[in-house]
Design a protein around this ligand. Structure first.
Ligand code: GNR
Ligand code: NI
Length: 169
């Protein structure tokens, strides 16, 4: 298993739209295993394949305290059901930045699991926000897109400055 390198905003490759997975085979399962290694090492509570420059529709999530409740969603389709919810979000592709984002509170996600079986899950709270955040990545969207232009500009400047201090980080 291996830790993959994570693309950082404003890398244009983060704007690539993911292709659906046709067959959940062992090569897809290897990608998923490596995504979990990468997410747990970071550490983060979710990771989309887009962030590791693999443009296939795959996300992994674990919001549990003990990091023992892994969730996999392949070809996820989200239905935005009801309510709204504000949360301070962060992103492994936008390191060190946390900003409030408003999203739909109650959602239903339909996807394939690690075995290629269809699963449906209702989610709210942090899990709901995380699923929406990851599905955005698969569509080439990043949470900073929800912020004002002024905030986006400030975030780009801050990341650029950090990169000059810590090249190749
Ligand atoms: O680790 C992460 N934390 C987080 C917090 C609030 C809302 C969404 C997230 S996802 C993020 C990991 C990540 O960048 N996934 O794409
Ligand atoms: Ni993210």
């Amino acid at each position: 298993m291996s830790i993959l390198s994570i693309l950082e905003y404003p890398d244009p490759r983060l704007r690539t739209k993911a292709e659906p997975v046709k067959d959940v085979n062992n090569s897809i399962r290897t990608i998923i295993d490596n995504m979990f290694d990468t997410m747990y090492a970071a550490p983060g509570i979710g990771l989309a394949a887009s962030q590791v420059n693999i443009h296939r529709s795959i996300i992994v999530i674990d919001i549990s305290e003990k990091c023992d409740e892994p969730l996999v969603f392949i070809n996820p389709i989200v239905s935005l059901d009801s309510g709204s919810h504000e949360l301070d979000e962060g992103c492994l592709s936008v390191p060190g930045i946390y900003e409030r984002v408003t999203r739909t509170e109650n959602i239903t996600v339909t996807a394939l699991d690690y075995q290629g079986k269809t699963v449906e899950l209702a989610a709210s709270g942090l899990l709901s926000a995380c699923i929406q955040h990851e599905c955005d990545h698969l569509a080439g969207k990043i949470f900073v897109d929800y912020l004002s232009r002024v905030k986006q500009q400030r975030i780009r400047q801050k990341l650029q400055k950090l990169k000059r201090q810590r090249p190749k980080g």
